[in-house]
Design a protein. Structure first.
Length: 383
């Protein structure tokens, strides 16, 4: 609740910076100027005007004109950002109705009985609808920010716990080597050095994941999405994974067609590598992994499958929130966190406009699947 209150105060403080600076910030948020939104506004109003012209050939009355332009205002307010273009569409709708489609045509006439009240009512209704629609969008944005705040908090708690184990191991092993090198046989020293390297690699992976979370959740962050061949991204991800874990067999199943998906290839590679590493570190009794790519409708579905013991049902609700405790869920081993990696994957996939889910396979083992929209706008810009 406190996190949500902070987000609300930050979002609805119009002159938070005081003076001209605060006013400019409020204007950018609630009255943004966008060529895309301006084009949408023009197209929608033009379509409404064309529809009225076509209907005029079948019905000479003008009773339907106000409703058509009111609908155009509703659609404009829904598909554009902020209040500006909904307000512009409201005024433009009133002008169209009075000037173009009401007798005398191509002339303003507010003297006819009942028309002034009708036009004023339409304008007020249009402005109110635009404001309400924008408010709904703003509330949705606030809800997403509150979820991000919660995820950050969960990640911070998880990291504070998970960083201690490898750091403690590194300090202990290095101290043993430095304090008593003569008392340790060469094989024991080599084993300790290998443990230090492995723990350092775990720390590096955690830092990389945290940097990705910061990049995705930052207010000014934007995903650098560009068309990429899924086959190349998958191949590069498997190559990176096999470099670190050469012993686990990984089979790849791709569709016959070449899929081009807009994505940030570095982030999606990190998602695939994290899911494959999850098989090695947390899938008990897993002997192999399978990576599949499918084209389903307007989505690309990428799945990582294993033949292990599956995921306990008690772990499912907290699998992606970054706070999966080892005491409650023994599938996490004693040195590595499952929650952080999957939480990072969830954040990256959501930022691309996709979904990530986990399930147990009927034949045994687990399946982690994420989707990416094909030919979708995944710039990550806030609505």
């Amino acid at each position: 609740m406190k996190q949500r209150d902070r987000v609300l105060r930050r979002s609805f403080s119009p002159i938070a910076g005081r003076g001209v600076r605060g006013l400019r910030a409020w204007t950018r948020r609630y009255l943004p100027v966008s060529s895309r939104d301006a084009l949408l506004c023009v197209v929608i109003l033009s379509a409404a005007a064309l529809l009225c012209v076509l209907l005029r050939t079948a019905d000479k009355s003008d009773v339907y004109v106000s409703m058509i332009f009111l609908l155009a205002v509703l659609i404009t307010a829904r598909v554009t950002r902020g209040y500006l273009y909904g307000i512009v569409a409201s005024f433009a709708g009133v002008v169209f109705v009075n000037y173009v489609f009401t007798y005398p045509y191509f002339a303003f006439n507010f003297t006819i009985s009942g028309y002034p009240l009708t036009f004023i009512s339409m304008l007020v209704a249009s402005l109110t609808t635009s404001a309400m629609t924008t408010q709904i969008k703003e509330q949705e944005r606030i809800r997403r920010e509150a979820e991000m705040e919660k995820m950050r908090g969960n990640l911070l708690r998880a990291v504070s716990h998970d960083l201690r184990t490898p750091l403690t191991s590194i300090i202990g092993s290095s101290s043993a080597i430095l304090d008593g090198p003569a008392a340790l046989p060469p094989q024991a020293q080599r084993r300790m050095i290998e443990d230090i390297r492995e723990d350092a690699e775990d720390l590096l992976r955690m830092v990389e994941n945290l940097l990705s979370i910061t990049r995705i959740n930052g207010e000014a962050a934007r995903i650098k999405a560009q068309p990429e061949a899924v086959e190349e991204v998958v191949a590069e991800s498997v190559r990176k994974f096999k470099k670190r874990f050469p012993s686990l067999p990984v089979s790849i199943r791709m569709p016959d067609e070449m899929l081009m998906v807009r994505m940030d290839p570095i982030l999606i590679e990190q998602v695939i590598v994290n899911l494959l590493e999850n098989v090695v570190m947390h899938a008990q009794d897993a002997t192999r992994a399978e990576l599949t790519v499918e084209h389903r409708g307007d989505e690309c579905v990428i799945s990582v499958l294993d033949d292990g013991c599956g995921i306990p049902q008690s772990a499912m609700p907290h699998l992606f929130d970054g706070y999966l405790t080892r005491a409650e869920h023994p599938l996490s081993d004693t040195t590595r966190s499952m929650g952080i990696g999957l939480s990072v994957c969830m954040s990256i996939v959501r930022a691309h406009g996709g979904t990530l889910r986990a399930e147990n396979r009927p034949s045994g083992g687990a399946a982690l699947r994420f989707t990416l929209p094909i030919d979708a706008d995944i710039s990550g810009a806030a609505p």
